[in-house]
Design a protein around this ligand. Structure first.
Ligand SMILES: *Cc1c(COP(=O)(O)O)cnc(C)c1O
Length: 468
């Protein structure tokens, strides 16, 4: 039987045709892309689950607001609307617009991180850690151990392990920790939430050492949904209220509006400290644009402002998270090993378990994502060894415990029949997994964020670097 599927609180007003390429076309396209789904052309993809970033369908209201965007270079009316929405729903005083989330990360890291800095976080995120490292900082994972076990059913796998954080503070010294970087939900763990109780305890510990907390707010609304569903005493509170509670326990946030806010582009940095805000405004002019547009068009800021309002509507967030859960439940019912519990934005297939006959140095998740594309022109993303990159000190591959293929669901884009098509394909590839006998090896390996532009070939008997 099929799991429950709530009816979407919207109907379709405009359509975008998509086409299923033939098997031969898929083989050609995959070879041309160097076996990297990041390098596929979107025209060669049928169902695109590469990311939920900027792939949202906007509402008719967002589109109509775009028509009234104020494109003034300085002091755009649309900026003040965005600023007001962020202040109202996220509760920070100072809002600095950026072109997307990593623009905010760049500015924050340049101000706060220097050689010798240590930045604890509840699991790393690719661009976040890269900006910390580019400024000379060292990232430390302080997430609970359960987050690294795909089968563990802990309801809040995004939680901070307070003992790990305490140990780090005592080892490197609070003065060398510019901030604690907390994601809600945790993307790399498959969209797992942090609880308000854990956030409050983390707050208590960091406050005792005068260390600020910076929230990665990209999916904080999805996190608020899980808190409402799972955390004792929260069932009767609104999503907007819980979101404000999350933010209240932090000192600032980096936001990718391409996620929760239903926009196609945009982001912001928001802080409470006026001095920090002043420094950020000075840097945003250099890297993004004036502090009243930060790389966004006026119409983009309108779309983000309206998207923030829509994102906290109960029916919207419910349909969003439960659609993801539907795909996950179908895979679980068929025996496909997936990250448990199902997260807020993605279903993550445990590629290390599916392709347990491949060594990690052959990149099982990269290999599985390629196989899924060949089967159904569904595009998934690698979130394993390739994404983890090399250790800056040793130059060796980092082998994360999680070797995942991420099926990320764009918001308001696909229907239940699309998800059934994807589920059938994943189940098919899983049942045929013994036929996948060779993994992949790099033919071109970029030095940073290698998962985006790296190229691969089937590994056959080529000798590669040793690995786990
Ligand atoms: C997408 C994302 C970012 C970076 O934001 P961009 O808008 O892609 O630059 C940072 N953190 C998390 C958790 C994200 O998912």
């Amino acid at each position: 039987m099929y799991p429950p599927y709530p009816p979407e609180p919207w109907r379709i007003k405009m359509v975008e045709p998509i086409r299923l390429p033939t098997p031969e076309e898929r083989r050609t396209a995959l070879r041309a892309a160097g076996y990297n789904t990041s390098l596929l052309r979107s025209a060669d993809v049928f169902i695109d689950l590469y990311t939920d970033s900027g792939t949202n369908a906007m509402s008719d209201r967002q589109w109509s607001d775009m028509m009234i965007g104020d494109e003034a270079y300085a002091g755009s009316r649309s900026f003040y609307r965005l600023e007001q929405a962020v202040q109202h729903y996220y509760g920070y005083d100072h809002v600095i617009p950026t072109h997307q989330g990593r623009g905010a990360e760049n500015i924050l890291s340049r101000i706060l991180v220097r050689p010798g800095s240590h930045i604890p976080g509840n699991m790393y995120f690719t661009t976040t850690r890269t900006h910390q490292e580019l400024n000379g900082g060292t990232f430390h994972d302080i997430i609970v151990d359960e987050a690294h076990d795909p089968a563990d059913e802990h309801p809040f796998k995004g939680n901070v392990d307070l003992a790990k954080l305490d140990r780090l503070i005592r080892t490197v010294g609070a003065e060398n920790i510019p901030y604690v970087s907390l994601a809600a939900t945790v993307n790399m763990a498959g969209g797992q939430p942090i609880s308000l109780a854990n956030l409050a305890e983390t707050r208590e510990l960091t406050a005792a050492h005068d260390i600020p907390i910076i929230l990665d707010a990209a999916r904080a609304v999805e996190n608020a949904w899980f808190i409402q569903q799972r955390e004792p005493g929260r069932a009767d509170q609104s999503i907007a209220h819980i979101l404000a509670e999350i933010c209240r326990l932090t000192d600032g946030a980096c936001m990718s509006a391409k996620k929760d806010s239903y926009a196609n582009i945009g982001g912001w940095l928001a802080v409470r400290d006026p001095d920090l805000a002043e420094q950020a405004r000075n840097l945003v002019v250099i890297y993004e644009g004036l502090h009243t547009y930060g790389g966004m068009a006026g119409r983009d800021m309108e779309a983000v402002a309206r998207g923030i309002e829509e994102s906290v509507e109960h029916d919207n967030i419910r349909a969003r998270v439960e659609q993801v859960g539907y795909l996950g439940d179908r895979l679980i019912a068929a025996g496909v090993p997936v990250m448990r519990p199902i997260g807020g934005h993605a279903v993550c297939v445990d590629a290390a378990a599916t392709l347990e006959h491949l060594p990690r140095s052959r990149f099982p998740a990269q290999t599985l994502a390629a196989a899924i594309y060949l089967d159904s022109a569904t595009r998934a993303a690698e979130r394993g060894t390739v994404s983890a990159g090399r250790d800056p000190a040793s130059g060796e591959h980092r082998y994360p415990k999680l070797e995942l293929v991420r099926l990320t669901i764009p918001r308001r884009v696909y229907t239940r029949s699309h998800l059934d098509f994807v589920a059938d394909s994943i189940i098919n590839v899983h049942n045929d997994r013994a036929a996948i006998t060779t993994g992949l090896t790099f033919t071109h390996e970029p030095s940073v964020l290698r998962f985006f532009q790296g190229r691969f070939a089937p590994a056959d008997s080529t000798v590669t670097r040793s690995g786990a």
